[in-house]
Design a protein around this ligand. Structure first.
Ligand SMILES: C[S@@+](CC[C@H](N)C(=O)[O-])C[C@H]1O[C@@H](n2cnc3c(N)ncnc32)[C@H](O)[C@@H]1O
Length: 469
């Protein structure tokens, strides 16, 4: 098989990225935006050993699950991968992704519940991240193309609420009318890099990421935003580095309250521009309810909420336990959690600002020394948890672990290491454990949630209990 060959074949299965796979002799051909059973004509883009990447040119026989995508730039924009698939089939695919990862990466075969749906299939995202880049004729505001820094122009993103199109047109108007420059990745020049918006219960926090210390004509941007939005805050964030990280360290509030308070599960909590918040409010609530159910705490239990963000879940846990300890690396999020603790009178909630890998092992040891019944909640970023944390868990043996994950791949790796189906070899590589497996925990439940409809991403809650209980 060679680059640029034009071939046809039948999709036999799907990969975890939502792409169809054709088996062509010894080759596996990955063709995005295709479905099992479909006969497709495709062009070979890249051959890497026995793995081939193709581009669909024609769907010769469409599958029954195929539907018309909502978005005009679906396939060109890197945001969504599954808009061409009926929603029920998206859920099926995400369930299978979790099953396959656990089995192929961790050699685990637990029962996996069917992926729980999102009430909103579109318009669910409470966070918008718009890259702004210079182009040959001026600037583009939109989203990155898949695996690229090329910005695809967008007027309206259907997975965002309606306000997204107003933010896009206001930003375009501001750049155009006031001669503001857009960033260029090659030269490292140009002012605006990103506009990031967070919707907190209907109030917007807008952050313009720039490469200088100030935003010229900022009062004009505020005026334009006032035309469309009653209540909002505007920050600038200064990021002079040419890397892929969106925010730099410094945020400056230009307009509005800066942080907003909202109420969920009877708890008032505050969010600022830097604090993490799950992007789909409805599904986040169901995930938190699921965590509360799995944790099953009582007033004798200490709960450690590792990777705790702005502290809403820590507060819910504190209400039902002897003590809840949140650990989070972002200072603003920990400030929000402290504010929440005071506002809600939760004296048994402790908020620690530190990397989990530095403090969690000692905290678990202390709870064990004091003979406290201890439950650990882990909700790490995509990279999963650090190895020293896995080792520390195996030593301290919390009574229960509830792991919330946005990556079935790193979830599987971490579960394999915890349950003994994987081990770390002399070279520090994670490999299958072919020896005797002495599992310290058993899986009680695996439940995927569709936090990110139309995309390949899936959130999973796994509950583990000590094997000797
Ligand atoms: C997936 S979010 C979960 C946040 C929170 N549990 C929630 O539901 O909103 C992961 C959080 O971990 C924080 N984080 C990332 N690396 C960390 C580390 N090494 N130690 C502690 N917190 C970290 C991030 O800032 C983020 O708030």
């Amino acid at each position: 098989m060679n680059k640029n060959d034009i071939l046809s074949g039948v999709i036999t299965k799907m990969g975890s990225g939502g792409e169809g796979i054709i088996k062509e002799g010894e080759y596996s051909v990955f063709v995005p935006f295709t479905l099992p059973g479909e006969k497709v004509r495709y062009q070979v883009l890249k051959v890497k050993g026995k793995i081939v990447f193709g581009k669909a040119l024609e769907i010769i026989t469409p599958a029954e699950e195929r539907i018309r995508p909502e978005c005009k730039v679906f396939g060109k924009c890197g945001g969504c991968q599954l808009q061409h698939i009926k929603y029920k089939s998206q859920l099926k695919l995400k369930t299978k992704t979790v099953v396959d990862c656990l089995s192929k990466i961790a050699f685990l075969e637990p029962e996996v519940a069917f992926c729980e749906r999102s009430d909103l299939e579109y318009g669910y995202r409470n966070k918008l991240q718009l890259p702004v880049r210079e182009n040959a004729v001026g600037y583009t505001v939109g989203f990155f193309a898949p695996n690229s820094h090329r910005v695809i122009p967008i007027r309206n993103c259907p997975i965002q609420p309606e306000w997204n199109s107003k933010i896009i047109s206001t930003t375009q108007k501001f750049i155009r009318n006031f001669g503001i420059s857009a960033y260029n990745d090659e030269t490292g020049k140009g002012l605006i890099k990103h506009v990031v918006v967070r919707d907190v219960g209907g109030k917007l926090i807008v952050t313009v990421v720039i490469t200088e210390n100030d935003l010229p004509r900022k009062e004009e941007y505020i005026k334009l935003l006032q035309e469309d939005f009653k209540e909002f805050s505007l920050y600038i964030n200064i990021n002079k580095l040419g890397n892929n990280v969106i925010f730099g360290d410094k945020f400056i509030l230009l307009y509005g309250n800066g942080r907003y308070t909202t109420k969920e599960f009877g708890i008032k909590f505050e969010i600022g521009p830097e604090s993490f918040m799950q992007v789909n409010d409805g599904v986040r609530r169901r995930i938190y309810q699921e965590v509360m159910k799995c944790v099953g705490v009582d007033e004798n239990t200490v709960v450690i909420d590792a990777y705790s963000g702005a502290g809403l879940l820590t507060a819910m846990l504190a209400e039902k336990s002897k003590k809840a300890i949140g650990i989070e690396i972002v200072k603003e999020a920990v400030d929000c959690a402290e504010h929440l603790k005071i506002k809600n009178g939760l004296s048994n909630m402790e908020n620690i600002c530190a990397p989990c890998e530095d403090v969690l092992p000692e905290i678990m040891k202390k709870e064990r020394r004091e003979n406290n019944k201890c439950v650990l909640v882990l909700d790490p970023p995509r990279q999963g948890v650090e190895r020293n944390i896995i080792e520390a868990i195996k030593e301290s043996l919390p009574d229960k672990i509830v792991y919330v994950s946005c990556s079935p791949q790193t979830l599987s790796r971490d579960l394999g290491l915890l349950l003994g189906t994987l081990k770390v070899d002399e070279k520090g590589v994670t490999v299958k454990n072919d020896g005797e497996i002495k599992s310290l925990y058993k899986i009680e439940e695996v439940k995927p949630f569709d936090l990110f409809p139309q995309t390949r991403h899936v959130e999973t809650v796994v509950s583990l209990i000590r094997a000797d209980f």
